[in-house]
Design a protein around this ligand. Structure first.
Ligand code: CO
Length: 134
């Protein structure tokens, strides 16, 4: 059911330092920071040949990633995103298998303007999983 790894999202306390680490130390192609107020984050996209890394920093009050940094002040992997062909079919299959979908269970429009859902980390090996209809 799941397809390509779309991205790995890493929450960071300092986007400038994180960008420099990926650009200079790791030699990756790194975008300029992009504010996404609707999602409460500023994102730097790291383009790799086979996938993307998203460096996320909190933006504004009540950012969903601010609490993550409280628990992991130096940052850490926040979620991984897999592509699916049909997000409603994927959701229904997961619900039938007893998996929990976060929120109201309806896909919302994610950071790439495509429908996404998040799955409960306790059902997926301690990892927050995002599904994106590619
Ligand atoms: Co994501």
């Amino acid at each position: 059911m799941i397809g390509r790894l779309n991205h790995v999202a890493i929450v960071v306390p300092d986007l400038v330092a994180a960008s420099a680490l990926y650009r200079e130390t790791l030699g990756a192609a790194v975008s300029a920071p992009v504010d996404q107020p609707a999602h409460g984050v500023t994102v730097v996209f790291v383009e790799l040949p086979n996938t993307k890394i998203e460096l996320l920093a909190p933006l504004g009050e009540g950012s969903p990633v601010a609490k993550f940094l409280t628990g992991s002040p130096s940052g850490g992997i926040h979620h991984i995103c897999y592509e699916v062909d049909d997000i409603l079919a994927a959701r229904d299959r997961l619900l039938a298998a007893g998996s929990r979908v976060l929120g109201d269970g309806e896909p919302r429009i994610g950071a790439h303007d495509k429908p996404v859902l998040f799955l409960h980390p306790k059902d997926f090996l301690g990892t927050l999983v995002e599904l994106e209809q590619a």
